[in-house]
Design a protein. Structure first.
Length: 223
């Protein structure tokens, strides 16, 4: 490793630590768990943004990843992951892979014994996510290009499902593919959106978790 690369790595490491303490201070308080902060502390977000945005990789806001889409702000990823209460070894489905960053945080949380399946509608972004995840060394994430509103029935049921784009309503295939006792986070709404935590037990219950802004979920059960 050259001295320049070592210096750059040390710098990213420092910026990542700063971002995590900023999230703990500003959001903290039960909204982002310590377990999730520790996972975020490990994910090299600078490998999931476009080269022109590397210097902004550890700022807490969304960034363009092309094709009219964004990598979500770190606090949003932290809040959504915390709501799911992920345990080691879980099988997780993500809809809206984008850059692959959110999938990497999920992969840290479930660990090498679990698997993250991520679906991305835009083929070029699915390839971008795959490449980023490979560069960052994640082996337990499988990225598929396609319409995530249909879920991914071949690997169902899932312990957790997370939707990273705003839906008109909870897509029925996702409810069907969630385990009993499983949890799903999903933003719902067009102009004003709410993040919901969905529990699947004898009945399906939905709990509001705050106002959010996401790109639309486009597909058969989307917009
Ligand atoms: N989780 C991402 C953020 C992605 S933004 C990250 O960490 O970077 C939301 C993504 O959802 C966009 O890339 C968009 O193309 C994708 N999307 C929209 N509708 C979709 C659908 N029906 N299936 C899969 N992906 C979809």
């Amino acid at each position: 490793m050259t001295d320049t690369i070592r210096l750059a790595d040390a710098n990213f490491e420092r910026l990542r630590a700063r971002l995590v303490s900023q999230l703990r201070r500003q959001i903290g308080g039960g909204h982002i768990s310590e377990q999730v902060l520790a996972a975020m502390r490990n994910v090299p977000r600078h490998l999931f943004v476009r080269e022109s945005d590397i210097s902004n990789a550890y700022e807490d806001y969304p960034l363009s990843i092309g094709h009219g889409q964004t990598i979500s702000a770190p606090h949003m990823v932290g809040i959504m992951c915390s709501l799911l209460g992920i345990e080691k070894g879980m099988k997780i489905l993500e809809i809206g892979g984008g850059s692959g960053y959110h999938a990497a945080v999920l992969a840290e949380l479930t660990g090498p014994g679990g698997t993250v399946y991520s679906i991305e509608r835009i083929t070029e972004l699915a390839e971008f996510a795959r490449q980023n995840l490979t560069d960052a060394g994640y082996k337990n994430v499988v990225v598929t290009a396609g319409d995530g509103t249909l879920g991914l029935s071949e690997h169902a049921p899932y312990d957790c499902i997370t939707v990273a784009c705003a839906a008109p309503a909870v897509p029925q295939p996702l409810v069907d593919q969630l385990k009993r006792g499983g949890r799903m986070t999903i933003p719902i709404g067009k102009y004003t959106q709410e993040l919901y935590l969905v529990h699947k037990n004898d009945v399906i219950s939905k709990e509001k978790s705050g106002g959010v802004v996401f790109v639309p979920l486009i597909g058969e059960y989307g917009f």
